[in-house]
Design a protein. Structure first.
Length: 451
């Protein structure tokens, strides 16, 4: 279990402006481990504290939040699925577009704490970009990690419920409403369409974000294709602390999926492939597809072991005892946390070759790729790995662990991120010899980073 450690003396934090200690403000909707973006937000804060930085956080109040002395500045909870009265729903809809509460609270925090750099993770809907002009007026560099495609596609995923979709390219939002891309709801989709139009008209992100970090080259290229200037983008892999995971290289007998049970995750393809290959599979997670997937498994006469919510220790055991992990995604995965957790556990991955996945799963090295939505191709991979000698599967698992150690370490992430911060003018600039123009490109005599 990760333990978050922060100074509880906010006055002491403020005094560090004058003693040379660098100061980071991290911003994210959630202050607990809800999804991959939240994990990186928390882990980065912990990493920078361990390297001697002063840190502060800004987030939303939630019953599951980790304790922090900065919670007095957090905005009130806002969840689309909440049981709210009509007047409250209308008020919250206004906060989605522009949160005056977030604007006021971030101002109070900045009066107490003067950061050298601000790093934003996810602020959509809950915090809103109302905070960005406030941060901009403080003349502090602002970077943002793009954990999804929200700044391009109002529905985050470039997936319409059935297949990859790029119909909103060019700022269009009518396809979002017509297809009811958000929760299958015309009302929610219309609200998000309004949000997208308003935020683009106001230019919140374009005017105030100094650099947008893309964790995959695929995402970097997609942003350029949709019109973002390359000089505002950086390709930089996420940080993942593999030391928190104990590898188990001995292959088991079953194939495992873990994560959300959602249409874009390709689980129907996985079940159909397993039926063809007569493979033993386990599916860990919960979501809207649960009943449909159970019905499909029954129709195909395949005994899929569905496991709902599991504690972290049990999940680690399920991964460790698998033969390989399957990631059959059918949307543009950016930087799959499930792949990193599998690699850190010493397990190779069989994955769909879509989005940023081929940058992580190297076919024939730390795993195997197959064309997305192709059940026959996935069945062939399952059969291949099932019949492979254990020693060979173990070799792939060791290569997987080595990959995450080399490319996602805290040392690498801290070095590359502080270079970026310094290049943007953060206080106490480092003499790094790097210039940030698009991807992190080395100057003469330096070695390439991010590869």
């Amino acid at each position: 279990m990760l333990v978050e450690r922060r100074s509880t003396d906010l006055t002491a934090n403020n005094e560090c402006v004058n003693n040379g200690v660098k100061r980071l403000l991290s911003i994210n909707n959630y202050h607990y481990r809800r999804a991959g973006s939240d994990a990186l937000f928390l882990d980065q804060d912990r990493l920078f504290q361990a390297r001697g930085w002063q840190t502060a956080v800004f987030s939303m109040k939630h019953r599951d939040n980790l304790a922090t002395p900065w919670q007095e500045f957090f905005v009130d909870e806002l969840e689309f699925g909440g049981d709210y009265s009509l007047p409250t729903r209308l008020r919250l809809a206004g906060k989605v577009l522009y949160s005056r509460e977030a604007r006021a609270n971030i101002s109070r925090l900045l009066d107490r704490y003067s950061p050298d750099v601000v790093h934003i993770h996810s602020i959509y809907h809950h915090i809103s970009p109302a905070i960005l002009p406030v941060l901009g007026r403080r003349s502090v560099p602002i970077v943002m990690t793009a954990h999804d495609y929200k700044l391009l596609c109002p529905a985050y995923k470039m997936y319409d419920g059935n297949s990859v979709c790029e119909e909103c390219r060019g700022g269009r939002v009518l396809p979002l409403i017509r297809k009811r891309c958000l929760h299958g709801s015309a009302a929610v989709s219309s609200l998000v369409a309004m949000e997208s139009v308003f935020h683009r008209w106001a230019g919140f992100y374009e005017r105030h974000i100094d650099r947008l970090i893309c964790p995959s080259r695929f995402m970097f290229d997609k942003f350029i294709a949709w019109g973002w200037p390359g000089e505002r983008l950086v390709h930089l892999r996420n940080f993942f602390d593999e030391r928190l995971w104990t590898p188990s290289f001995q292959p088991g007998r079953y194939f495992l999926y873990f994560g959300r049970l959602a249409p874009e995750k390709g689980l129907a393809t996985f079940i159909r492939a397993a039926a063809q290959a007569k493979a033993a599979i386990k599916i860990v997670g919960w979501g809207a597809e649960r009943n449909f997937l159970q019905t499909l498994a029954d129709q195909l006469h395949i005994a899929v072991e569905f496991i709902d919510h599991v504690p972290p220790a049990l999940l680690a055991s399920l991964i460790g005892n698998a033969r390989a992990v399957v990631v059959p995604s059918e949307w543009y995965e950016n930087a799959s946390l499930a792949i990193l957790e599998s690699f850190a556990s010493g397990k190779p991955v069989i994955a769909a070759g879509i989005g940023g996945i081929p940058e992580m799963v190297i076919d024939g090295d730390n795993g195997w790729l197959f064309p997305p939505r192709d059940a026959a191709a996935l069945a062939s991979r399952l059969d291949e790995v099932a019949s492979m000698p254990d020693s060979e599967v173990e070799f792939f698992g060791r290569r997987a662990r080595l990959f995450v150690e080399r490319h996602y370490s805290g040392d690498r992430y801290f070095a590359e991120m502080t270079r970026l911060y310094a290049d943007l003018g953060a206080r106490e600039r480092l003499n790094t010899g790097y210039s940030v123009t698009g991807r992190l490109e080395p100057q003469a005599g330096s070695s390439r980073v991010g590869d």
